[in-house]
Design a protein around this ligand. Structure first.
Ligand SMILES: Nc1ncnc2c1ncn2[C@@H]1O[C@H](COP(=O)(O)OP(=O)(O)OP(=O)(O)O)[C@@H](O)[C@H]1O
Length: 254
């Protein structure tokens, strides 16, 4: 089944332009397909939770959007412009920034240095990131490797934000963190989306937490969109969502 999340709003000219759009996007590794025929349209400032069980294809989809894997077919568009798939530098120039699940920080560099490395000429300065992540100020000169898990995730998010993303892709923000810390980070994500007009895709295992932070929800199961809609619509369907998780696990175990 292919479903489309239509969250883009009409421009003044009446033409709908999504910040991020995928058209029949299919991808995987080598000749193995991990997700297929995914159609998404996400408006500026909106947060999409991409949910699903282990192995559903979520991470593979983020890597494809970020240009780290070439699509097997279909298209990716940012503000209506088609991307050449499989080109991470081109995806980054188009405004796509990925926060991977391992956070990929330079652990021996300080907080400030991690931000300075990512800063763009003429763009925001490292200290400007403190408006979104004030807790980093007292850690400013510490090595990233000495930070707590939650602080490292803040730094990873700040390092993405300093690149002025149009599309922010966040893989498993909650990994290894306490729920209270995760809630705070999700609040930061919502503020970033609203203040900077960037569209965000949150890949998460923890459906309820992510749904609370998101405007839209897509559930991938076995590589296909199994359920999609606004988070308020799907909040009533958590049971159905959990069944999708169990159905996939049954299939994987058979
Ligand atoms: N490095 C890899 N090499 C080959 N196959 C992989 C690799 N990583 C994942 N896969 C396979 O690709 C498919 C999709 O995995 P993917 O990691 O995208 O799923 P996911 O929904 O992100 O799940 P998880 O939360 O477990 O990461 C799975 O069948 C998985 O076994």
């Amino acid at each position: 089944m292919t479903a489309t999340v239509e969250t883009s709003s009409p421009s003044p000219a009446g033409v709908t332009t999504a910040r991020l759009q995928t058209v029949s996007l299919t991808g995987g590794r080598g000749s193995t397909t991990a997700f297929r025929d995914v159609d998404l349209a996400l408006a500026p400032g909106k947060v999409l939770a991409l949910l699903g069980p282990n192995g559903a294809g979520k991470t593979t989809m983020l890597l494809t959007l970020a240009g780290l894997l070439a699509p097997q077919s279909g298209n990716i568009l940012v503000d209506g412009a088609k991307l050449r798939g499989g080109r991470p530098a081109a995806a980054n120039r188009a405004g796509i920034v990925l926060v991977p699940d391992n956070r990929s920080l330079f652990v021996s560099l300080s907080v400030e240095e991690n931000l300075r490395v990512a800063a763009r000429r003429g763009g925001p300065k490292p200290r400007d990131m403190l408006a979104s992540f004030p807790a980093l100020e007292k850690r400013w000169k510490l090595a990233a490797g000495a930070l707590s898990g939650g602080e490292q995730q803040m730094l990873a998010m700040a390092r993405a934000l300093i690149q002025q993303p149009r599309v922010l892709l966040v893989d498993e923000l909650s990994l290894g963190l306490a729920p209270l810390i995760v809630e705070g980070l999700f609040e930061s994500v919502r503020a970033i989306a609203a203040d900077h007009g960037c569209s965000v895709i949150l890949v998460e295992q923890y459906a309820k937490l992510a749904m609370a932070a998101a405007d839209e929800v897509v559930v991938l199961a076995r590589g296909r969109i199994a359920l999609s809609g606004s988070s308020s619509e799907l909040a009533d369907q958590v049971d159905r969502l959990e069944n999708l998780y169990f159905d996939s696990a049954d299939t994987a175990n058979n």
